[in-house]
Design a protein around this ligand. Structure first.
Ligand code: GDP
Ligand code: IMO
Ligand code: MG
Length: 430
């Protein structure tokens, strides 16, 4: 079986898009299985930059099929806008498939996302306001509208009417709004989208299953990251889906035994957007230097990302809960020029030393990092193509992190471009 899942191992934005695009040059199928257009995945090929949100990052491989799986919350408007950015030649018929079981993001989801964030005040999550949480809420409440419903104008009318009645009560009575959602406007707009996406809609569980059974190379593209997972992340400062490897089986509609390898995408330092505790955060010149060198600004919201040192407590937890079989170590070039580098090996909470990432955010907020200091390097590494050519101190940094996490670093990324990638082992050959 040649199936590889790619998971974000920190708080998202680890460089998943780059790795998927790189691996997709060999893949037959690439599938997104959770989240929606809260994701922002960047690919850089031949100097051209692509920012993808819902379309899987295998789109530049002319042969690969790109699947938007059943676990996705699908914004038809966002999808069509994203699609319009590609030349017709890139998106050939049959190249994109959308699950008929995916849930549809509607205008009231986005509005409720913004209104509930505002109502949370200081306790806001810092969501991307794309309606992700409210859409997953309807899904679990069992009142959501799925793609298969949108494809049938009569079923869509009945379900939308019921939803608008309920949602208008909420915006009026809870949030005191006078401007309500109008059935005809939304119905006609979304019926238009339905016709535009109809050619892509399919039972994607069959496509993925058949590809795996035929021995094809299938890549599962994680969005967000382990610490944004609804169960395993820094709850409540998380997203509403399961970005950990377990989420791929449900979100793609396959058995868990069909995922062979799990590659953790790990930034050489740590970043996060949105609220919540961050033990190794550097609110100082170091953090600013990392942000400037790594261009750490959100793809979706443009927000400056919070930056800090590498946290081995976090990534060890990721290795465990995802069952990582290898690591792609990203943005190593951003650390060039620091005289010394800190790596957090454990936390100190009062007089206790903590090695396992805690569940309680109150505890996490009390944790102080215990750092190990490693020597930095000053040589430009952005043109290096093999591990052996890296400066000694860069190799020491990689080796020490490999040792702390206990998982092989098979890929090292030294720049945003597809070609700025050092491969120590082909993950499809594991
Ligand atoms: P994703 O959400 O995990 O796909 O990551 P993002 O695209 O949101 O953020 C990663 C950023 O780092 C993007 O701007 C990438 O172009 C960039 N990037 C990826 N790998 C490298 C690398 O090795 N070095 C540098 N300097 N930038 C990288
Ligand atoms: P990629 O795939 C980083 C964060 C938001 C917020 C929280 C909840 O590019 O790595 P949501 O809109 O999902 O309800 O927001 O999750 N978040 C991300 N942070 N990268 C992402 O995706 C993210 N997707 C959501 O900032 O803190
Ligand atoms: Mg991103």
């Amino acid at each position: 079986m040649k199936t590889v899942a790619v998971v974000g191992s920190q708080w998202g934005d680890e460089g998943k898009g780059k790795v998927i695009d790189f691996l997709a040059t060999q893949a037959d199928v690439v599938i997104r299985a959770q989240g929606g257009n809260n994701a922002g995945h960047t690919l850089v090929v031949d100097g051209k930059k692509y920012a993808l949100r819902l379309i899987p990052s295998g789109i530049l491989n002319p042969e690969a099929i790109n699947v938007i799986g059943n676990g996705i919350v699908f914004d038809p408007k966002g999808f069509l806008e994203e699609l319009a950015k590609f030349d017709k030649g890139v998106v050939k018929p049959g190249k994109i498939k959308i699950s008929d079981r995916a849930h549809v993001i509607l205008p009231y989801h986005k509005e409720l996302d913004a209104l509930s964030e505002e109502a949370r005040g200081d306790l806001k999550i810092g969501t991307t306001k794309n309606g992700i949480g409210p859409c997953y809420m309807d899904k679990t409440e069992r009142s959501g509208i799925r793609i298969c419903d949108l494809m049938d104008k009569d079923i869509f009318a009945v379900k939308l009417k019921a939803q608008l009645q309920a949602k208008n009560k909420i915006v009026k009575n809870i949030y005191g709004k006078t401007e309500l959602f109008d059935f005809d406007t939304i119905y006609n707009e979304y019926l238009g989208y339905a016709e535009e996406i109809r050619e892509y809609v399919d039972d994607t569980t069959v496509i993925v299953y058949d590809a795996i059974k035929e021995g094809k190379k299938v890549l599962f593209e994680g969005a967000q990251g382990t610490f944004l997972d609804l169960d395993l992340g820094t709850y409540p400062y998380v997203t509403s889906s399961h970005p950990t490897s377990g989420g791929f089986a449900v979100g793609a509609g396959i058995g868990p035994n069909m995922i062979k390898d799990v590659v953790g995408i790990v930034k050489a330092y740590t970043t996060r957007v949105g609220e919540g505790p961050f033990v190794t955060e550097q609110i100082n010149e170091t953090g600013e230097e990392i942000r400037a060198k790594g261009n750490e600004f959100g793809v979706v919201t443009g927000r400056p990302r919070r930056c800090g040192w590498f946290d081995a407590v976090m990534v060890s937890y990721s290795a465990r809960v995802n069952g990582l079989t290898s690591i792609a170590f990203m943005l190593l070039d951003v650390l060039t020029g620091f005289e010394t580098l800190n790596v957090c090996t454990a936390y100190k909470m009062g007089d206790k030393v903590i090695k396992h990432f805690p569940a309680s955010l109150d505890d996490l907020a009390k944790c102080e990092p215990i750092y190990e200091e490693l020597p930095g390097w000053s040589e430009d590494i952005t043109g290096i193509t093999s591990y052996d050519e890296l400066p000694e101190n860069a190799k020491k940094y990689i080796d020490r992190i490999e040792e702390l996490i206990g998982v092989n670093i098979d890929i090292v990324s030294v720049g945003p471009n597809r070609l700025q990638t050092i491969v120590r082992k082909n993950v499809f050959d594991n």
